[in-house]
Design a protein around this ligand. Structure first.
Ligand SMILES: *[C@@H]1O[C@H](CO)[C@@H](O)[C@H](O)[C@H]1NC(C)=O
Ligand SMILES: *[C@@H]1O[C@H](CO)[C@@H](O)[C@H](O)[C@H]1NC(C)=O
Ligand SMILES: *[C@@H]1O[C@H](CO)[C@@H](O)[C@H](O)[C@H]1NC(C)=O
Ligand SMILES: *[C@@H]1O[C@H](CO)[C@@H](O)[C@H](O)[C@H]1NC(C)=O
Ligand SMILES: *[C@@H]1O[C@H](CO)[C@@H](O)[C@H](O)[C@H]1NC(C)=O
Ligand SMILES: *[C@@H]1O[C@H](CO)[C@@H](O)[C@H](O)[C@H]1NC(C)=O
Length: 421
């Protein structure tokens, strides 16, 4: 019922995809898998030579545009659904007039046009990325966000020697981290968020001279590579993966360029490294919804430009330091849903009363000192949410952090047991 055969015959595929084109529903996993299989078959059939049999009679005089023509028609042919007829006018020799295509004078010949940008954002097309996409070697900007591209990013993307901005976010792409992007020589903006990429983040990623790295909302695991400190990016967003492990102490080395640091919801354990406080140029520092422990390091008063500081939904303890509440340009501070026992007096007075600023500290263990705190006793229904009894330390994703507090010995035994297996 509803299952596709292992490889759908063309007819079945046509039925599936004509259904898709008449609906706005997102792809089911079966449909996504079927498209991915088509991509694989296409890769196997074509081997190394690229074979296009449509529009063969069309003569495009500029050789760059002739090559782009092959690439764009291969892409069009790899689409199974185009509900808004985005590629409807992708016909004839004038590729510069195609919807989403922008041409500029080419770098080495000002009187010849080259395809510099392909923007299919939010076109809602379904399909896969063909190998021929690599033929777009003049492309500087590739925007494919908010579509239903399935399968993998082809290796041939490394042939895009001018590519500066790659945005394939919000699609159905799968597989390991697409290593090919690391060999795109001029890439600066890498956005692969909201896909189904999985496995480890390669350490080389942070050695590339990228300005922006968006990996959020994928299925990355296996920790944050230590190389992160060597990143020259201004924005690093790793949110909503399942990375686990500690925040590397090297993070402080990224201070010269790092502006936005968003690591929320990643099962991170251990303490906030004292080196976090070296990030003097960061305006956003968000490590919320992790399993971080220990106190807020005193060095955090070094975040001289931070506007958003979110430490909420962790298991931090100790006192919220006044120096943090008094950070000069802080507008939003959240320490809620932790186990803080109190806060320095400056905190409430500096942030609480100002209408354009927000300070959240509910669900901590500050007793009657502050409103909406956890109860001191154990609550049987939701013991870790409602009471100041600390949850057991994470048994998965443990990181060696000598400064993190030792769990009770019974739990330690349990976690050893898990690790041995
Ligand atoms: C898609 O667009 C093309 C060219 O603009 C047009 O000729 C064609 O009729 C359109 N198809 C649909 C289904 O609207
Ligand atoms: C530059 O492009 C024009 C137009 O396509 C062409 O006629 C000319 O031969 C090209 N020049 C060189 C040096 O390739
Ligand atoms: C990529 O570039 C290499 C070397 O220039 C070439 O051999 C190969 O055919 C190209 N592949 C594609 C799909 O552009
Ligand atoms: C947190 O990340 C997990 C994946 O590790 C995801 O399933 C979950 O939806 C995320 N939570 C939120 C609130 O986005
Ligand atoms: C912050 O940025 C400025 C300007 O780029 C730079 O000169 C300074 O060294 C940076 N601060 C740190 C702590 O790296
Ligand atoms: C910061 O706080 C203000 C005031 O409460 C709020 O309107 C705004 O949405 C907050 N911004 C973020 C990013 O949380």
């Amino acid at each position: 019922m509803g299952t596709l055969p292992p490889f759908p015959p063309l007819l079945a595929a046509a039925v599936v995809f004509s259904f898709l084109s008449s609906s706005c529903f997102s792809l089911t996993s079966h449909e996504a898998a079927a498209i991915a299989r088509r991509q694989l078959l296409n890769f196997e059939q074509h081997g190394d030579h690229v074979h296009i049999d449509i529009d063969i009679k069309i003569k495009v005089s500029n050789p760059r545009l002739a090559t782009a023509h092959r690439a764009l028609h291969a892409l069009k042919r790899a689409l199974y659904s185009d509900p808004s007829n985005f590629t409807g006018n992708w016909a004839g020799p004038d590729v510069c007039a195609y919807n989403g295509v922008l041409c500029v004078p080419s770098l080495d010949n000002a009187s010849a046009s080259a395809v510099a940008s392909l923007d299919m954002n939010a076109a809602d097309v379904a399909g896969y990325l063909p190998r021929e996409i690599g033929l777009l070697s003049d492309l500087a900007v590739l925007h494919l966000n908010s579509n239903r591209f399935c399968g993998v990013i082809p290796e041939e993307i490394t042939n895009m020697t001018q590519l500066y901005e790659l945005d394939v976010s919000n699609n159905r792409l799968v597989g390991a981290f697409p290593d090919a992007v690391l060999r795109v020589p001029k890439l600066s903006y890498l956005d692969i968020r909201f896909n189904d990429f999985e496995g480890p983040i390669p350490p080389e990623l942070f050695l590339r001279p990228y300005d922006a790295i968006f990996l959020n909302n994928n299925r990355f695991t296996s920790g944050i590579p230590d190389t992160i400190g060597r990143s020259t990016a201004s924005v690093i967003v790793l949110a909503n993966n399942d990375l686990g492990g500690c925040i590397p102490a090297t993070i402080g080395q990224a201070a010269p360029t790092l502006d936005e640091f968003v690591f929320l919801n990643n099962s991170l354990t251990g303490c906030l490294p004292v080196e976090s406080g070296l990030l003097a140029n960061a305006t956003v520092f968000d490590v919320s919804r992790n399993l971080l422990t220990g106190a807020i390091p005193a060095t955090m008063d070094g975040l001289a430009k931070v506007e958003q500081l979110d430490l909420s939904h962790n298991t931090f303890t100790g006192i919220v330091p006044g120096d943090v509440c008094e950070l000069p340009v802080l507008t939003n501070l959240s320490v809620s849903y932790n186990f803080f026992a109190g806060e320095d007096t400056q905190c409430g007075s500096v942030l609480d009363a100002k209408p354009d600023k927000s300070f959240e500290d509910e669900a901590n263990c500050m007793g009657n000192e502050r409103p909406m705190q956890r109860s001191a006793g154990a609550d049987a229904a939701e013991p870790y949410l409602a009471s100041c009894r600390r949850p057991p330390p994470a048994r998965h994703h443990r990181c060696d952090d000598s400064s993190s507090e030792m769990p009770p010995s019974s739990l330690l035994l349990k976690s050893r047991h898990v690790q041995i297996q």
